[in-house]
Design a protein around this ligand. Structure first.
Ligand code: PGA
Length: 268
């Protein structure tokens, strides 16, 4: 059975190296390959000092990456640098980065650079608003997300099955991110619709068979839900068969709450 993935996006937190070390230490008590920590860049070095078997208690991710390999790009960090720091995953196209200027085109370049360089990108997509008069089919939300996926995913290459793309997609409705919503998440019902939709669009854009055709040998991307996930509501998302894990912001900074989410993920 494939484990559900729990990704911690610490954003620009915590304030000091010492606090970051404390957070890492608490995760090492129960972590595993299914737990990905994405700290701010300066804290990546904490993981360098970990030796096996402790190092295997956690997988390292980054919150962003630049698409160029090296050169005059002040403030940026390359795929090669992240790999050298033992990073395996990288978040690309988070809504907070998009707000700071990452266009679909930039997101596509970052995604491509990560894929070509051997990092597994976690591509974030999600609508900014949920219309007041909610359409049960989530038509507007789907339109929005389809456009983001179309803008970011590389065109299929001849002879390359989409199953060769090691890619994770996180459905994060922007309005449900805790800093905006005050901790109100999307419902598992809507997350289920959107997660399935993302898998369908992925197959369609990359020329693969529909995920509905089970047993076709086609490898779907893992799709996570993110947006105000906490210890109480995590089970609602994690129990969905089409939801392959969660992306956790605020609650990943609260040790007992994060532990609860990880333990919950292992029940499904
Ligand atoms: P949240 O953040 O869990 O605090 O809503 C999720 C994210 O923005 O990745």
């Amino acid at each position: 059975m494939k484990h559900k993935l729990v990704v911690a996006n610490w954003k620009m937190n915590p304030g000091t190296y010492k606090e970051a070390e404390r957070l890492v230490k608490s995760v090492l008590e129960y972590g595993g390959k299914d737990v990905v920590l994405c700290p701010p860049f300066p804290f990546l070095s904490i993981f360098r000092n970990l030796t096996p078997p402790r190092r295997d208690q956690v997988t390292l991710g980054a919150q962003d990456v630049f698409y160029k390999k090296e050169g005059a790009c002040t403030g940026e960090v390359s795929v090669g640098m992240l790999k050298d720091a033992k990073v395996k995953y990288v978040i690309v196209g988070h809504s907070e980065r998009r707000e700071l200027g990452d266009t679909d085109e930039i997101v596509a370049k970052k995604l491509r650079a990560a894929l070509e360089g051997g990092l597994t990108p976690i591509l974030c997509v999600g609508e900014t608003e949920r219309p007041k008069t909610q359409d049960k089919g989530l038509r507007k939300e789907k339109e929005f997300v389809r456009k983001q996926l179309k803008g970011a995913l590389p065109p299929p290459r001849r002879g390359q099955g989409d199953n060769e793309l090691r890619l994770i997609i996180a459905y994060e409705p922007v309005w449900a991110i805790s800093s905006r919503s005050g901790g109100v998440s999307d419902t598992p019902e809507s997350a289920s619709i959107m997660t399935r939709f993302i898998k369908e669009v992925f197959a369609e854009l990359l020329g693969g068979p529909s995920p509905a055709k089970a047993g076709s040998g086609h490898k779907e991307p893992q799709v996570l839900y993110g947006g105000s996930v906490n210890g109480k509501n995590a089970a609602g998302f994690l129990r969905l068969p089409e939801c392959d894990g969660v992306l956790v912001g605020g609650a990943s900074l609260r040790p007992s709450e994060f532990r609860k989410i990880v333990e919950t993920s292992r029940n499904f």
